[in-house]
Design a protein. Structure first.
Length: 103
């Protein structure tokens, strides 16, 4: 699974940090992520200590997105599985969905 860090930077913005050459011609940019986040790690978001998730997609691109995007996917064991993150042409998050669960 991909390593993930939840940031304590409350001033982080909601757009993604990506390489310009990662854009796909004529389609909305999509990034496939394999996440394995413990419930304890994600708890820092609920406690107000974290606002941003830093992750690496399957193609090695570094991403930064709001921790709240994961909220609908939390279980008692954490967040586990394969997800698709979609952005608009300005790299703003427009969708985050589970593709499959690891458990």
């Amino acid at each position: 699974m991909t390593a993930l860090v939840i940031s304590t930077d409350k001033n982080a913005y909601a757009s993604l940090v990506i390489d310009e050459d990662s854009l796909q011609d004529g389609t909305m940019p999509r990034y496939i992520l394999d996440l394995d986040i413990s419930a304890e790690t994600y708890l820092s978001y609920y406690q107000g200590r974290a606002a941003t998730v830093f992750a690496v997609d399957r193609q090695g691109r570094r991403l930064r997105f709001p921790a709240m995007a994961l909220r609908n996917h939390i279980t008692h064991t954490g967040i586990h599985g394969t997800f698709c993150l979609e952005t608009d042409d300005n790299h703003r998050l427009v969708g985050f969905r589970r593709l499959k669960s690891s458990w």
